[in-house]
Design a protein around this ligand. Sequence first.
Ligand SMILES: NC(=O)c1ccc[n+]([C@@H]2O[C@H](COP(=O)([O-])OP(=O)(O)OC[C@H]3O[C@@H](n4cnc5c(N)ncnc54)[C@H](OP(=O)(O)O)[C@@H]3O)[C@@H](O)[C@H]2O)c1
Length: 300
Amino acid sequence: MKVLLFGKLGMLGSQMLKALSGREDFEMYAFDKNDFDISDKNALSEALKRISPNFVINCAAYTAVDDCEKERDVAMRVNGEAPGAIAAVCKEEGAVLLHISTDYVFDGENSDGYKEDDSTSPVNAYGESKLLGEKLVAENMDDYYIVRSSWLYGTNGQNFVDTMLRLAETKSELNVVDDQIGSPTYSKDLCEEVIRCFLSPYVADLPEQHERMLNTNDYSEKKLPFGIYHLTNTEHTSWCGFAKEIFRLKDLNVEVNAVTSEEFQRPAKRPHCSILKNTKFDCKMRSWKDALEAYLKLTT
Ligand SMILES: NC(=O)c1ccc[n+]([C@@H]2O[C@H](COP(=O)([O-])OP(=O)(O)OC[C@H]3O[C@@H](n4cnc5c(N)ncnc54)[C@H](OP(=O)(O)O)[C@@H]3O)[C@@H](O)[C@H]2O)c1
């Protein structure tokens, strides 16, 4: 199956490329900003039409949440309009689109967390731009999966875990926000679940690949209906709880003080509750603590 990936150099995209490149079932084509800007409609359309993929995965995005406040137009173009343009060409080409989105489309005021169809109401420019992307994808095609995830970390990208480990080299005490709750998610786990649940059933459609898939334990029988999905490691914590667990697992003696979002001001407001409930299928992702332990084993 021909798969085209946008955002191949990013934290999630690089993990996705690694996971898919190792398999014979996927013929990979991957791009990032140094190939072309996804908001350049001509370049986008040319690449999609030349390759004519069966499946497109969009991991490209403008993800600097605080910078999006002052570069709103860039955020809207890259996170909003570009996914809409990708969707329009995917429709013309008959490709399925899997677009990655975020917990930041919600306002975070519901402390129980959010189901896939709950109403959205972003509290910052990044969230608004990602919501525009979701809306334009849904407006421009039917055969799409929008996969929202949260609090990503992993190799090859700036993330909270690496920041905490770096700060621990020079500080014995840190203030960390305790009134924002979410599910930290390991990019490797997210990629594996996306491939298992969303891509594998399409490969299984191709008769010559079917046998191979059955030999991999990675075969998921049914295609999921198109629409919006929530996918994170399970269980939740605050950033403060997350930091404490990082230091506990690494056996680092750093005192973590719980502070409020009010005390720890940032240019962009953050939602208080980022819990994404998956109510649509049997998710096999492990708990955030188990995933974190696995990731930390890779770090020195
Ligand atoms: N990180 C999180 O905590 C988190 C949480 C929930 C959802 N998400 C979503 O997950 C997806 C992947 O995020 P990530 O953390 O992997 O982000 P990332 O590391 O910033 O990767 C995004 C990639 O997209 C590229 N890109 C940016 N603007 C582009 C443009 N105009 N044209 C082409 N490529 C462009 C970036 O290139 P440059 O680096 O050169 O700009 C980067 O390689 C995004 O949709 C994000 O919204 C992330």
